[in-house]
Design a protein around this ligand. Structure first.
Ligand SMILES: [Zn+2]
Length: 274
């Protein structure tokens, strides 16, 4: 994932799915990520609702159970996801955070011998966990988040943390305790926090270009060169992914103010430096 002009794009440069919500405020300079669950039936239903003016609510992203990501609000605009909230001395977290909604039925209650969502759908035991919320004492059911959804969420969060130099990831239940219970016990918040902000024992390998080197949209010479090509000899790169002899990298020494340059380079022309 890369972020261009405050919109998500796939590595290949294709824009991610974007359905604009009218439910937005002013300029945003994000400092935090806020994770939510939709407590809804489907990602599509949640996108429809959060782009409806009657909802008076929105989020920057909705992530489906299959990992499909839909952006509703550019990352430099306030979305209406947090409501009354505070964290770390800041009040009104809409003004300070990027909101991510995960398609999930939310809290489940025992009804007629089955676990049911507020909208009536029932879920089998293998799709839920039974636990007490950290701010409550009674146990109830919580719809699980599938691995494809968590993987996609972590990938997007990592891109956002890097791009906007975010300080932390929190749950809606952290910033509005008592009023909100999402994302709840089924969401691995501590694991996300340590993977996004933990000590960098897993810091990404760094390389340097040996020669003037083209950087491309895809892994192969058939893919277009980025306008920043060729990179000067000695340019530092951080490698995120690989495909055969090709490496997908972020350019660390970019001349361009603000814009993060990412693309594919051939491994033969780079040397490892860290
Ligand atoms: Zn929420």
């Amino acid at each position: 994932m890369r972020i261009l002009r405050h919109r998500l794009h796939a590595k290949e440069g294709e824009p991610a799915s974007f359905i604009r919500s009218p439910n937005t405020g002013g300029q945003l300079d994000p400092k935090y990520l806020v994770i939510h669950f939709t407590a809804g039936r489907s990602a599509e239903g949640s996108v429809n609702w959060l782009t409806n003016p009657d909802a008076r609510a929105s989020a920057h992203l909705v992530i489906g159970r299959d990992g499909a990501v839909t952006q509703l609000v550019p990352f430099d605009r306030v979305a209406w996801h947090a409501g009354p909230s505070q964290w770390d001395g800041l009040v009104g977290m809409n003004q300070h955070s990027i909101g991510i909604e995960l398609d999930n039925a939310g809290r489940l209650e025992r009804k007629g011998g089955k676990w049911a969502a507020w909208f009536g759908t029932t879920y089998p035991d293998e799709e839920l966990m039974v636990a007490a919320h950290k701010h409550e004492t009674h146990e109830c059911g919580w719809h699980l988040f599938p691995p494809a959804q968590l993987d996609a969420t972590l990938e997007v969060c990592a891109s956002l943390v890097k791009k906007y130099e975010l300080r932390d990831v929190v749950g809606h239940d952290d910033i509005s305790p008592g009023r909100k219970c999402d994302p709840g016990p089924a969401f691995p918040l501590e694991s996300f926090r340590s993977r996004l902000f933990g000590r960098s024992e897993d810091h990404l390998p760094q390389f340097r270009t040996r020669t003037a080197l083209n950087i491309r949209l895809g892994p192969g010479t058939e893919h277009d060169r980025l306008p920043q090509s060729p990179l000067s000899p000695g340019t530092r790169l951080e490698v995120l992914d690989e495909d055969g002899a090709w490496r997908f990298a972020t350019v660390l020494d970019s001349d361009e103010e603000g814009a993060e340059v990412q693309g594919w380079v051939h491994s033969k022309f780079v040397e490892r430096i860290g």
